[in-house]
Write a protein that binds this ligand. Sequence first.
Ligand code: SF4
Ligand code: ZN
Ligand code: ZN
Length: 327
Amino acid sequence: MTEKKKIRYCTECKREAMKFIPSVVTIGEFGLYLCEKHFIEWFEHWVEKTIEEFHMFDRDGPVLVALSGGKDSMVLWYVLNKLGYKAEGFHLNLGIGETSEQAQQKVLELGQIIGKEPFIINITKEIGASIPDIAKIFLSPACSICGRIKRYFFNRIARLQGFKVVATGHNLDDEAGSLLFNLINWNEKYLIRKYPVLKEDTKLGLPRKVKPLTLMSEDRILLYAQLNNIPFSSEPCPLGQDAKLHIYKDILNRVEPRTKGVKRNFYLRFIRKYQRLFQSLAVEKQTTMQKCQICDEPSPSQVCLVCKIKLAVQDARQKEDKNDTHH
Ligand code: SF4
Ligand code: ZN
Ligand code: ZN
């Protein structure tokens, strides 16, 4: 049976739609068909609306965008600047071979397009070892160490450079997928914090964390990047991704074509309505934070994780040197 292909016209500019027909985008949950121009407008409108609805930041204060070099964070930096926000970029070179070199290159390219120089920190220079080397020294999975090191540097750069808000490129697929995972497993600890804004802690000097692309699906972010020629790295990290999260993202994407907008509704209703219930379960944090004696960053112990890593790396290097001289 051959299915007759329907010709779609842009909902916004019907008359002009002819020339855009091959690339009219379907926004199923809103019953919209959009040409390239109106898709871009629609995308930017929703990013702005999300920022406003969740009181993320306004146009006066500077925002630091954490750039991995992938499509989501790169689109975020680009679109925030286009919308007139004071968004600066920050990239952490993780020292994961070619992947990290390519990511940094793309970040610099986008900086040139936007006309801004990103802050760049190289972990190998800063700590004395790359993420793969640190994981080897600590005999632990790269991702858990990597995640904590990233958080440390985002907080630190924000504090040292005077940013009160840090923005990340988490998209709807990430957020809805992890919500499903955490609900199925009743991970209260995560559900309490599952919100597109994490409040700042002025006492400890921790910035507010926000996710302005939280309502944008991955495929729409990719399309926005392509239509605007935004450079990004598509190399996946060779050290692995969260396979569990992938399964839950996949489940939602399978349901989506049958129930248009299920992914968005599932996540949006949670953060608009049900998240409050989980928040009310929160008990005061038991761990008291203090300032690291070496670097002054917030830490649950006298010396923070990154300073401990630095010391362990120095130790491992000294041992290596000794072994070399004995041979
Ligand atoms: Fe870091 Fe793991 Fe992400 Fe690679 S996959 S960048 S190691 S968190
Ligand atoms: Zn149009
Ligand atoms: Zn420290």
